[in-house]
Design a protein around this ligand. Structure first.
Ligand code: GCW
Length: 822
């Protein structure tokens, strides 16, 4: 049964028994193990599936059908995380979770992964009830109080009883938290070098004995370390890990783990699909929403320790004293959670709010403006993190306006901040019409400046050289700036991957870039080693993610988008974590530990990004989306200025072939990579299929060796497989019906239906367009596009009506699958 709901969503309510039958059949064929990622996250495997030395940019056949194994792509397939299998199911036996007698109560997603439901594995509940009986208070700092409050809430929820807070352990089962300074018990445990080794933000969480009685210790060198440890303990328990033998020792591998909000002062969010900005500027500093604290809790649970509050397309008003008072109020809320505030600085601020006639970094009045501003900021926010800057890009002013370099601009700001301990994060995303290959501009501008930046400056580089596309190779700058600390910038909000509605788990995408081998210093020079600082000995390290978090109850616009916030935080803490292990622990905390839930949902998530690549931009295609809103397909667009903003610029499809030649016979941008990688991408036989058209131009009738299909037939196949894979997800999702609450179940089902229609829209539009230029026919065995090219072109004027919740009701009709008919 289907209807339209009041929000214009097409809603399907399915018959449960029918769908369970489908689901159970699928479950039987599921290949995934329900691994427990919580305590033993596997080291990430090579995401490329090749096991080879040069790159991690995607395997060949192995990646078409998903990213859970990649084993057909070669020998280095993704590792499956820790296989302890606690929580049930992995031991090959029956589901140890009793089926719920009633469907769990509705949830709106606002609690994220911090839900703390009663443990529904009977033996584990008994174990926890015996092993966790009281919480020993640690101290009065705001941070320790936050840790204590989280444990009282979390432990109480999990074991279904109020946890008494005591000053000294009085019974077995005490949870003892603190630092050697705040807690005499912790100090008495003499944890020695094992504690000092976890540094300022890390923790030890151990099952041990205190005064001869069983206890759980959560220790840190700092109060924030204790808070992180409290969340780590709660993660273990939410994943139903055994208490016995619990021994975690963790510290973050990247210093600054930052969410970069693209929030405007009018409450809108650039590329946000989850409502309006969290920051209630007109109510600040007087009114502090509970949402700020919950946001801080969620970040602290992942170890995220920095927040850029405002859009990089920055409004200089935020640097005025009245706004800084509001920023200071937010900083005060976040500080107990170990989170520092940063701001995006508008390079033109000296003119816009400083009364100067120039923003030239060589002008002494300009430098003085920034020095004075920094003094003001640090008076109001003593632990201010620093400035993020987008300059000389997409119309933003910058040092190039005055004939100066990026280093000149960044160093001026650094000189103002450094005396106070602040840093500058200068973005390498430069988009201006310089007539060369678009993907080479950033490298060309920044590589020559290596070594010219002051010590308190980082250059922040997007994962790929273009712009957060569903798949790109890693950015050429990684490995190429040994004397300049590079930060990695990721986009969590799914601007190019289906916005709020499409289920696309980005963990595999980020693992792919992090595990890519730049070969800068020989094999093993992974992007992860560049950004954790170990490859070049960087003194500063950082990772930033653009979250799109907003006012929606579920924070992210959809329940599954929460997994991307989660994965960003976990990979920032440890960039070698395995995306599947992260998915596993997120599912357990967000939905259920029941393998009847974990198994299909893991499979859905792990396949989702490659599925999306297939139905949007397979074989290395990029930038085929609609103009401005970036919603829906518009591959025909070729009349925008500058030329490198057109989809046509990137695919160059014509009667003979398709693809952008970036080898020596074309733009030769491959030469910006280190030689081993350059030769891999420049050579047809070694270019991964998934990057083929990004680097090479091919004829429509060329054969793709990995599949034996022609390029045209392979495109049709991939587009079609992508659509039908959404059908598979829609068949898998009902397996969780009744095991999770109906509200979130139905929300997800509704979005999967939209995704299915939109996948077909992408496929049919792109195939119609390509047929209009290559004059090929649809091969046998595939369903033809449902509408004409001109019909799809006409949709650009009506879809979407609202770019913040983009929809295209005109195409939500008919049957998207099967796209492959035999
Ligand atoms: O991908 C593009 C987005 C812009 C964004 C820009 C950037 C903030 O479409 O909206 O601007 O990236 O990263 O600066």
């Amino acid at each position: 049964m289907s209807t339209w709901d009041f929000a214009g969503n097409f809603v399907v309510r399915m018959n449960r028994s029918h769908l369970l039958a489908v689901g159970i059949a699928l479950l039987g064929s599921a290949l995934l193990m329900t691994t427990a990622g919580c305590s033993s996250p596997g080291k990430s495997g090579r995401a490329d599936g090749t096991g080879g030395a040069s790159t991690g940019t995607g395997g060949n056949a192995g990646q078409l059908t998903g990213e859970t194994g990649g084993s057909t792509g070669g020998t280095g397939a993704t590792a499956v995380a820790g296989s302890s299998g606690t929580g049930g199911g992995a031991d090959g036996g029956a589901d140890p979770y009793p089926p719920p007698t009633v469907t769990p109560p509705d949830e709106d997603g606002s609690q994220l992964w911090l839900r703390y439901p009663l443990v529904n594995l009977p033996a584990r509940l008994t174990e926890y009830q015996a092993g966790i009986t009281q919480l020993v208070t640690a101290g009065s700092s705001a941070t320790l109080q936050a840790a204590q409050a989280e444990l009282v809430k979390g432990l109480g929820g999990l074991i279904g009883a109020t946890i008494p807070v005591v000053s000294q352990p009085t019974a077995a089962g005490a949870v003892v938290i603190g630092t050697p300074t705040s807690s005499a018990i912790i100090s008495g445990l003499a944890l020695g070098s094992s504690l000092t080794a976890v540094g300022n933000e890390g923790y030890l969480v151990q099952a041990t004995t205190v005064s001869g009685k069983a206890a759980v210790v959560v220790a840190g060198n700092t109060d924030v370390g204790v808070l992180h440890g409290a969340f780590a303990l709660l993660r273990q328990l939410q994943c139903h890990q055994p208490l016995a033998g619990l021994a975690l020792s963790e510290s973050p591998k990247i210093q600054r783990r930052i969410l970069e909000h693209w929030d405007n002062l009018d409450g809108s969010i650039e590329r946000g699909y989850a409502g309006t900005s969290l920051w209630q500027w007109s109510a600040l500093p007087g009114t502090l929403s509970q949402r700020y604290t919950d946001y801080a809790r969620a970040n602290a649970s992942l170890g995220i320790n920095g927040v850029v509050l405002n859009n990089v397309n920055a409004d200089s008003q935020i640097l005025t004293t009245s706004y800084l008072a509001k920023v200071a109020a937010l900083a005060n809320v976040f500080r107990p959670y170990g989170i520092t505030v940063y701001l995006s600085a508008q390079f033109g601020a000296p003119q816009q709010i400083g009364g100067l006639s120039t923003a030239d970094p060589a002008n002494s009045s300009v430098a003085t403006f920034w020095v004075n501003l920094a003094k003001t900021i640090y008076t109001m926010i003593p632990d201010f993190g620093g400035f993020l800057v987008k300059a000389d890009s997409e119309g933003q002013p910058g040092p190039a306006d005055y004939g100066r370099t990026h280093a000149d601009g960044a160093n001026m700001l650094e000189a103002a901040l450094a005396p106070h301990g602040g840093i500058v994060m200068w973005r390498a995303f430069v988009y201006s019409d310089n007539g060369t290959d678009r993907i080479g501009q950033s490298y060309s501008e920044f590589k020559p400046l290596d070594g010219k930046f002051n010590a308190g400056t980082m250059v922040q580089v997007k994962n790929g050289p273009l712009d957060f596309q569903p798949r790109e190779p890693f950015h050429q700058l990684f490995g190429a700036m040994p004397s300049t600390p590079l930060a990695l910038e990721l986009e969590i909000t799914k601007e190019y991957l289906g916005e709020d509605t499409h289920l696309a788990y980005l963990g595999p995408m980020w693992q792919e870039v992090l595990q890519s081998d730049t070969t800068a210093k020989g094999q093993g020079s992974l992007v992860a080693r560049v950004i954790d600082g170990t490859l070049h000995g960087y003194k500063l390290t950082a990772i930033a993610g653009v979250p799109g978090i907003g006012s929606d109850a579920n924070w992210m616009g959809s329940h599954f988008n929460q997994a991307n916030w989660y994965a960003f935080g976990r990979l920032g803490w440890n960039p070698d974590l395995n995306a599947q292990a992260i998915a596993d622990e997120w599912i357990r905390q967000t939905f259920s530990n029941d393998p009847v839930v974990v198994t299909p949902v893991t499979q859905m998530m792990m396949n989702s990004r490659q599925n999306l690549v297939n139905y949007m931009e397979p074989l290395g295609l990029v930038h085929m989306m609609g103009t401005n809103t970036h919603y829906g397909p518009a591959p025909w667009v070729d009349n925008l200025t500058p030329a490198d903003t057109n989809p046509y610029y990137f695919h160059k499809a014509d009667a003979t072939g398709i693809g952008f030649d970036r080898t020596s016979t074309g733009s030769d941008t491959v030469a910006q990579y280190f030689p081993q990688v350059a030769s891999l991408f420049a050579t047809r036989s070694t270019t991964p299929d998934d990057n083929l058209l990004f680097f090479q131009r091919v004829n429509w009738d060329d054969l793709l060796p990995s599949s034996g299909r022609t390029i045209w037939n392979e495109l049709v196949y991939r587009y079609s497989a992508g659509v039908d894979a959404v059908q598979t997800m829609r068949n898998q999702w009902p397996m969780v019906m009744g095991r999770i609450d109906n509200q979130r179940y139905n929300d997800v089902a509704d979005f999967l239906q939209i995704q299915h229609y939109e996948a077909r829209w992408w496929r049919d539009t792109c195939l119609q367009y390509f047929m209009s230029v290559n004059k090929h026919a649809m091969p046998a065995g595939y369903s033809p596009p449902q509408q004409s090219l001109s019909y799809y072109q006409s949709l650009q004027t009506t879809c979407p009506a609202d770019p913040t919740k983009p929809r295209c009701p005109a195409i939500y009709t008919g049957s998207p699958s099967p796209a492959i008919t035999n």
